[in-house]
Design a protein around this ligand. Structure first.
Ligand SMILES: [Zn+2]
Length: 320
């Protein structure tokens, strides 16, 4: 089932007009403060965004999750929130709904949950992500693993934001890459620099991108107590090429998140942050953020150099 992009534009207009909270938050976004910092040659933006406090400070432990009403289940959503249905490859049993995200980071920010209340696991769903990236004109898709920034780890969902916002979209071609695999359709590479454990798949065909993702994802390390490797994923389609950026994570939240007093920084890194836009819901943290802090936070949440080399080895072996 195709998404009608005109209907999507209409949905945005209608939701911002009829839903006061969403309308106010999108209006507030026009005035958020942004500063730019370069770390190891990579251009970051830091966004002071007070409305994101809900997500950044979300309690995502098992007890808190079972005790709260799931905000992505249709019966708990506000009556005013409307969506567009999306079905991937005729799977009418598991439809998705394209919704306007009422707590935006992007000027156009979507949340795309499955109808069914089912765990946030990406295995078997990359095809749907690639298809959505193709169909949603002008959007970059993203996925946050359950301990990698998802505030609903119990309800499967993608998100999407308008292109031209995440700095990595523009900067990717300038980053040093080690090619791990290539054929006439696709290339898999390890992206060097500030994000250790970043793997890129670039493919002219969705099926090949999905196949390669499945193969290498199956070889990534899974931490004790987890069902899948800890990852964030960005995915977009541009000029006939699908791009998947897979960030393999070591840690959910950096030590700064738990620090006491002045050392505390409320920043819970997820796909958007790793795409180059760091979200600080508190003004004091926005002012504190500098090149050293960004480097420290990334150093903690990304895999170590040794683990990265191990991941590269495994990917080379499985794709050979
Ligand atoms: Zn749910």
């Amino acid at each position: 089932m195709k998404i009608d992009n005109q209907e999507l534009v209409a949905l945005f207009g209608e939701q911002l007009a009829s839903w006061e909270q969403a309308g106010n938050n999108y209006k507030a976004l026009e005035n958020v403060i942004v500063k730019e910092l370069v770390v190891e040659g990579f251009p970051f933006k830091v966004q002071f965004n007070p409305a994101r406090i809900v997500s950044s400070s979300a309690k995502v432990d098992a007890k808190s999750i079972t005790e709260r009403k799931c905000f992505l289940c249709s019966e708990n959503r506000p009556a005013v929130q409307k969506g567009l249905d999306y079905v991937y490859k005729g799977d009418f049993q598991n439809p998705y709904t394209v919704l306007v995200n009422p707590f935006p980071i992007f000027p156009r920010h979507l949340t795309i949950p499955m109808l069914a209340h089912t765990d946030q696991l990406i295995g078997g769903r990359m095809g749907a992500m690639l298809s959505l990236a193709n169909q949603l004109d002008g959007y970059t898709l993203f996925y946050n693993g359950p301990k990698c920034g998802a505030s609903a780890p119990d309800h499967f969902h993608f998100q999407a934001g308008n292109k031209g916002f995440l700095t990595i979209e523009e900067h990717l071609h300038k980053m040093e890459k080690e090619v791990l695999f290539t054929n006439e359709i696709a290339t898999v590479s390890s992206v060097k620099g500030v994000f250790r454990g970043l793997v890129a798949i670039e493919s002219s065909e969705a099926e090949e991108a999905e196949r390669l993702f499945g193969l290498l994802f199956s070889r990534l390390p899974v931490k004790e107590g987890e069902k899948e490797p800890m990852v964030n994923i960005l995915c977009w389609y541009e000029n006939g090429v699908y791009v998947i950026l897979l960030y393999v994570r070591d840690k959910h939240r950096p030590s700064h998140y738990f620090a006491e007093g002045d050392a505390n920084i409320l920043l819970s890194p997820a796909s958007v942050d790793l795409g180059g836009v760091l979200i600080t819901p508190l003004e004091k943290d926005f002012h504190k953020m500098d090149e050293t802090l960004i480097a420290e936070i990334l150093d903690e949440i990304c895999v170590s150099e040794g683990e990265n080399l191990d991941i590269i080895d495994k990917i080379k072996t499985v794709l050979r």
